[in-house]
Design a protein around this ligand. Structure first.
Ligand SMILES: [Zn+2]
Length: 119
């Protein structure tokens, strides 16, 4: 059986193409709008649409550029990342006491992502 993945044109948002490989996005010329466009994985696009309809509390979704939204959606749809991973990244300090403080909240994310599967 062959599994294909669907990719959607980000320009017209109408044309989709199927490929037999799974990647986050690809760039091809869209036969619909005849422009060389980025096609995103349909799974990512569905995640994007879901957030457009009901933005996540953890993210300042409305303030992201569309491409940034799609990057977030891609990561969420295609990896084990959770929205909290992005909430950390996107927090560009609303409460501004900016004394270059202890920014050690990163790279401690190696917790049990790979537990062996018993057979
Ligand atoms: Zn198109």
């Amino acid at each position: 059986m062959s599994r294909t993945r669907t990719y959607r044109c980000l320009n017209c948002l109408e044309h989709t193409i199927d490929r037999e490989f799974d990647t986050s996005h690809l760039s091809v010329t869209c036969p619909n709008c005849e422009s060389f466009e980025r096609f995103v994985n349909e799974a990512a696009y569905q995640q994007f649409r879901a957030f457009e309809e009901s933005p996540p509390d953890e993210l300042d979704w409305e303030r992201l550029e569309r491409t940034e939204k799609l990057v977030v959606a891609e990561r969420l749809a295609r990896s084990t990342k959770t929205i909290e991973d992005f909430a950390v990244v996107e927090s560009n300090g609303d409460e501004g006491d900016g004394d270059e403080g202890d920014g050690d909240e990163d790279e401690s994310a190696d917790a049990g992502a790979e537990s062996p599967i018993p057979e």
